[in-house]
Ligand binder design. Structure first.
Ligand code: GCW
Length: 623
């Protein structure tokens, strides 16, 4: 009797544990244990990478045998080929990482015939993690890498590596671009080494963001002037020290002369002077310098902010060392729900470029709003061809929360980033379907909700090309009347919408700030004229009189009302879709998503009422 009740308690405990495990911590890697497959490896060693692949297949593959083969005729870029039948599979690849990628493809049921190769060479996450464990624009808890105790949760970092390898991510920048010089100090470098050792077998190289003034902050030099020989020597020595610990270290990511960060401009030197000095330091070790173009308010103060990257970097084109890559955000402003593409991608003809996408939803409802970002990124690729890019970087949404990303559906954005980095031609629908199948259930209504969610967000936040009317600093919620005399004007919403009693919008045509002139044809001409400018960018490029009629025949304020209403209505629909899924989804995750959808609905309503009230008042000259 006693035995029986102990047995029941154990059963009960086990079942409550399995309910608890539905906290999202497994991400999309929810394979059931099969223990069926016999795995053999042909031509490969028992390296850590192959051991991981073997272990994954032995445990989780639902067929009898898998053979892994290194095939030297396949490029060693991670590409792989899957052939054979379910019970007799063959994964061939040019290198061991390719075998691992093939393993995860097979486990998710992706057995596309022929060679499957990554389109982008660099597929990098950027963590804006601070050494004190906080994360800039992070909405899912604290850093998985850094904390005051300098302790490392190796199991968690291994899970992180596994998740990334499963979608082909091959690089990670471990710290915030607003970087502390301390990052390069000995104790931290030893931690970086420890992390790099965990990530390496998963095919992931480690990079660090560096503070340009580190020779001063850390090295005690009186200057960080890139043309000063002591400074150059300091960086060379530091590079040597890093590579002695981490021989495959990727390189440095640099935010210089931007938002108060130090840079070569402090010494009247150019970005190329600064980048090249660092490039020379890492070149002997095949390291790369990733230099960001996100600058404004430094050398071109007063100029329309969206023009400043081109103004500042075009003169440097052709002057960078071959191991420098320029990294630019997808839009010319700052990760808004919708921006036109950044024209810097048209203008730098001799400099390799990386597109920086933001996975963390700084401006898209953070971890409260369900916004699936694949459609936004695909929109960008329809303007900037992946062929012209050396890689893509994603500002991570990962933190120490049990479910990694705050919102369960935010995991889909991490997933989608990796899948698009591998193949930007994959459709948003296919990725959503894949992710749902592995995470929840690939129900048509959920796919539809995900696919509609980004457009809904644009509608309820900033339709028709409105931008940056967010509340100060935290960027959550609307503040269209935002103005602070003590702030740079580029941080004030009123600077962007320019609404008065005559009209609304920012004139960036040749009659205004002239930003349209930075675009290649046909976009230059198309965006420049109010009649040909696509309506989704109307108020981005034009100041429009209130009497203006959109294609629908509505005047501009009516059109705004229509779109805000549409956005709110969409979120109402999402809550209904989720409600109908109640019996198909575990309780914990259903509840957590449900709560957030209701916050999203409340927020969407707030966006609509705050913005419409304000713009209506502006129109009638009241404010
Ligand atoms: O959008 C701004 C963010 C800053 C960020 C900066 C950048 C890391 O609000 O938090 O700083 O962009 O990209 O450098």
């Amino acid at each position: 009797m006693l035995k029986k009740s102990i047995f029941c308690t154990i059963l009960l405990l086990a079942s409550s544990l399995s309910v608890m495990a539905e906290d999202g911590s497994k991400l999309w890697l929810r394979f059931g244990i099969k223990n069926r497959a016999k795995v053999i490896c042909d031509g490969c060693t028992s390296s850590p990478t192959v051991t991981i692949a073997r272990h994954e297949l032995e445990q989780y593959y639902d067929g009898k045998a898998v053979k892994l083969t290194i095939d030297k005729s396949i490029p060693s870029d991670g590409g792989f080929e899957i052939s054979g039948t379910r019970d007799n599979r063959l994964i061939s690849a040019g290198n061991e990482t390719g075998l691992l990628y093939g393993t995860y493809a097979l486990l998710r049921g992706d057995t596309i015939k022929g060679l499957n190769r990554p389109v982008f060479k660099l597929r990098i996450l950027n963590h804006w993690d601070n050494l004190d464990s906080s994360i800039e624009r992070g909405y899912a808890g604290t850093s998985i890498f850094w904390n005051k105790a300098m302790s490392i949760d190796t199991a968690r970092i291994r899970e992180y590596a596994r998740a990334n390898a499963s979608i082909g991510i091959n690089g990670t920048v471990l710290n915030n671009v607003n970087a502390s010089p301390k990052m390069l100090s000995r104790p931290y470098l030893l931690k970086v080494r420890q992390i790099a050792d965990i990530l390496r077998p998963y095919g992931i190289r480690v990079y660090l963001s560096v503070n340009f003034a580190s020779p001063m902050g850390l090295g005690g030099l009186p200057t960080a002037d890139p043309l000063n020989s002591k400074v150059q020597k300091w960086w060379k020595k530091k590079a040597k020290e890093i590579y002695a610990e981490i021989p495959d270290f990727g390189g440095f990511l640099v935010k210089a002369n931007s938002e108060g960060q130090p840079g070569p401009g402090d010494y009247k030197r150019s970005h190329s002077d600064g980048a090249n000095m660092l490039a020379d330091a890492v070149a002997p070790f095949n390291g790369t310098i990733i230099w960001r173009s996100f600058v404004y308010g430094a050398n071109h103060k007063g100029e329309d902010r969206v023009k400043q990257a081109v103004s500042e970097f075009e003169p440097c084109d052709g002057k960078f060392r071959s191991n420098v890559i320029l990294q630019s955000k997808n839009g010319p402003l700052d990760f808004q729900p919708r921006e036109p593409y950044a024209p810097i991608f048209d203008r730098m003809r001799h400099t390799p470029q990386i597109a920086e996408l933001q996975i963390t939803q700084e401006y898209l409802g953070q971890s409260n709003h369900l916004v699936y970002l694949a459609p936004m990124w695909k929109e960008f690729f329809s303007f900037v061809s992946p062929k012209n890019l050396a890689g893509i970087a994603g500002v991570s949404n990962i933190g120490n929360d049990a479910n990694w990303c705050g919102h369960h559906f935010a995991q889909a954005n991490w997933y989608a980033f990796g899948r698009l980095a591998w193949n930007p031609a994959l459709s948003s629908r296919k990725i959503a379907e894949e992710w749902l199948m592995q995470t929840f259930v690939a129900d048509e209504s959920l796919i539809s909700m995900m696919l509609r969610s980004r457009e809904a967000c644009v509608d309820y936040m900033m339709p028709l090309g409105l931008h940056h009317i967010f509340k100060f600093d935290h960027h959550y919620g609307p503040e269209p009347d935002g103005f602070k005399a003590s702030y740079p004007i580029e941080w004030c919403p009123v600077y962007y919408h320019r609404a008065d009693n005559k009209g609304i919008g920012f004139d960036r045509s040749t009659k205004g700030s002239g930003a349209t002139a930075q675009y290649r044809e046909p976009y230059r001409t198309q965006y420049d004229s109010i009649t040909t400018c696509p309506e989704e960018y109307l108020l981005w490029f034009h100041h429009v009189p209130w009497t203006y009629r959109t294609l629908s025949g509505r005047n501009i304020i009516e059109e705004m009302q229509y779109r805000y209403d549409r956005g709110v209505k969409e979120v109402e629909d999402f809550t209904a879709i989720w409600q109908a899924m109640r019996d198909d989804i575990d309780q914990q995750r259903w509840n957590e998503v449900n709560n957030r959808l209701h916050i999203q609905l409340k927020d969407a309503n707030e966006w609509r009422s705050t913005c419409m009230d304000y713009f209506n008042k502006k129109k009638s000259g009241l404010k």
